[in-house]
Ligand binder design. Structure first.
Ligand SMILES: Cc1cc2nc3c(=O)[nH]c(=O)nc-3n(C[C@H](O)[C@H](O)[C@H](O)COP(=O)(O)OP(=O)(O)OC[C@H]3O[C@@H](n4cnc5c(N)ncnc54)[C@H](O)[C@@H]3O)c2cc1C
Length: 501
């Protein structure tokens, strides 16, 4: 049996980035993926000739000299044709019940947009964004700077977004506008470390791109490079067991009965899923902690098409919030409640045939009745289809009440937390993995190292969610095998050259 240097479990963006870094450093690597399409939440699918993204709608930090661009340059990924810029002057339109504001790829413009609405708070708005900028720069794997100040890192990871907001303004409406990107990590302002919120916000404030031919084209480009560097990818190989001796994984077993062996294993699947295979080798205190870690919310997605996009400017996303209080911003109630937030991906007028998605936060418990049915049974289950349609109608009705015409919308498909769980393996179909509260991040984060000596974990649950967060988590995990300092130095050089150019 071939022995690899590294077996990587899962083919989400964090796993593929790990595979690329390791093969670039001449390690022999294979990736094992359970699904028939690689990419995890970055994968796309096509229906009636129209392409849809599952979890890759827009990405930040892709301008030359920004962190994601730097990482892809380092990995020799040809980026031409993969991405296109959204509207720099206003890529996200946040529609609140009593006001609307645009976020732009420019701190000054965003500050000015918000200051026009909250005139008396313009100084607070500026100071808040100055602080976001300053905090984001402190992350070593974001700025690619291996020297960082431990004490200030601790501070920004131990202080909640809500605490920071309270120091700048007490107005709930303004706080909600500043906390709107809680939608992008799924954590309430009172729970999320300010550091995470700052990086997520900063990554979008310089550049925002859509994926020209969907997340799949991006995944495919990464995999071409991975294979060219000698990496191997095995599809429909679901890992079901890990054999352990003396706290070392000796063998990885898949559902098809195949075995894989390696010096190191990197898991890019949900941490609770990987630790379930090695539970008896873990300390009770750790498994108790793991069992009590909350999941991030899941999403319900309507895939469809606008017959007529006159309501929407091209190259912009739309968020419709129902609440103007930060503690309610991303609330997930029952299936019959009006959704707290509706996200509408950018209607674009570019040359590709791409549909739009409408996304709301959702819970597995809404669909508990159907969670043990196989996908064909669910497809034919009248009650399941009916609850999906009822929720979709409610969303469209809510949009109509906000002035968005539903006549021009054609629904093609609706996915639920069960769909997410099935194609992605995330627990309860969680969109962003574990709930990234202060208790689960920073020094208290799970991984990359684990109690199993040759098991590293990566992925959105180990750092922060989003394609950028997951990709950087891959870099961080590989740092344990290759040396994080030298990796950061190589990246820093590229970033420096690109910023000068
Ligand atoms: C609806 C939605 C919209 C989103 N929109 C955006 C967006 O616009 N921009 C953005 O940056 N981020 C977005 N995200 C988040 C982003 O997609 C994720 O943070 C990121 O893709 C997670 O990557 P990952 O590497 O952690 O792994 P995942 O994408 O979770 O991949 C895990 C992989 O492991 C595989 N796997 C699981 N179990 C096994 C097993 N036992 N054996 C083998 N393989 C297994 C799965 O099939 C999957 O391929 C969105 C997420 C969702 C759900």
């Amino acid at each position: 049996m071939k022995k690899y240097d590294v077996v990587i479990i899962g083919s989400g963006i964090s796993s593929i980035i790990s595979g690329l870094i390791l093969t670039k450093h001449r390690k022999s690597v294979c990736i094992l993926e359970q699904h028939y399409t690689p990419g995890g939440y970055t994968h796309s699918f096509t229906k009636n000739g129209v392409m849809y993204d599952t979890g890759a709608h827009y990405i930040g930090a892709l301008d030359k000299g920004r962190p994601f661009h730097t990482l892809l340059t380092y990995l020799d990924i040809p980026m031409d044709g993969l991405f296109f810029p959204l509207d720099r002057h206003g890529y996200d339109i946040l529609e609140f019940p009593s006001f609307s504001v645009e976020y732009a790829c420019d701190y000054e413009q965003t500050i000015s947009n918000l200051s026009t609405i909250f005139r008396k708070e313009s100084d607070a708005i500026r100071r808040y964004f100055d602080y976001v900028k300053k905090v984001a720069l402190q992350f070593p794997t974001y700025e690619y700077d291996s020297s960082y100040d431990e004490a200030s890192m601790q501070k920004i990871m131990n202080t909640s977004l809500q605490d920071v907001l309270d120091t700048f303004t007490r107005r709930p409406r303004l706080q909600s506008a500043l906390a709107a990107y809680c939608t992008l990590h799924g954590v309430f302002p009172k729970d999320v470390p300010f550091g995470i919120h700052a990086v997520v916000t900063d990554s979008l404030m310089h550049s925002v791109h859509g994926l020209r031919n969907g997340g799949q084209a991006f995944v495919d480009a990464l995999l071409v490079r991975f294979k060219n560097q000698g990496g191997e990818l095995f599809m429909q190989e679901k890992v079901v067991d890990l054999d352990i001796e003396n706290s070392l994984i000796k063998k990885v077993t898949t559902a098809s009965g195949k075995h894989f062996i390696a010096e190191w294993i990197i898991s890019g699947i949900h941490p609770k899923a990987i630790f379930s295979f090695v539970r008896k080798h873990l300390k009770k205190a750790f498994t108790n902690r793991l069992d009590n870690i909350q999941e991030s919310a899941s999403f319900l997605t309507i895939y469809g098409e606008f017959k007529d996009v006159k309501h929407f400017a091209p190259l912009k996303n739309y968020y419709y919030f129902q609440q103007e209080s930060p503690d309610k911003l991303i609330e997930v109630g029952t299936a019959s409640d009006t959704p707290s937030c509706i996200f509408l991906s950018h209607p674009n007028t570019l040359d590709r045939k791409t549909g739009q998605t409408i996304i709301i936060p959702a819970k597995m418990e809404w669909f508990k009745r159907w969670e043990n049915l196989c996908s064909n049974e669910r497809k034919n289950d009248g009650a399941y289809n009916s609850i999906k349609q009822t929720i979709a109608q409610k969303i469209l009705k809510t949009l109509a009440s906000r002035g968005v015409s539903i006549d021009s919308w054609k629904t093609l498909d609706i996915s639920t937390p069960i769909t997410n769980r099935d194609f992605n393996g995330s627990i309860d179909g969680s969109a962003y993995g574990i709930y990234h509260s202060i208790d689960n991040t920073g020094v208290r984060a799970l991984g990359p190292r684990t109690h199993i000596r040759n098991l590293l974990i990566t992925g959105q649950s180990t750092l922060f969610p989003g394609m950028l967060g997951a990709a950087i988590s891959g870099l961080r995990s590989c740092g344990h095998l290759i040396g994080i300092r030298s990796l950061l130095e190589e990246l820093k050089k590229i970033q420096h050259t690109n910023r000068k150019g």
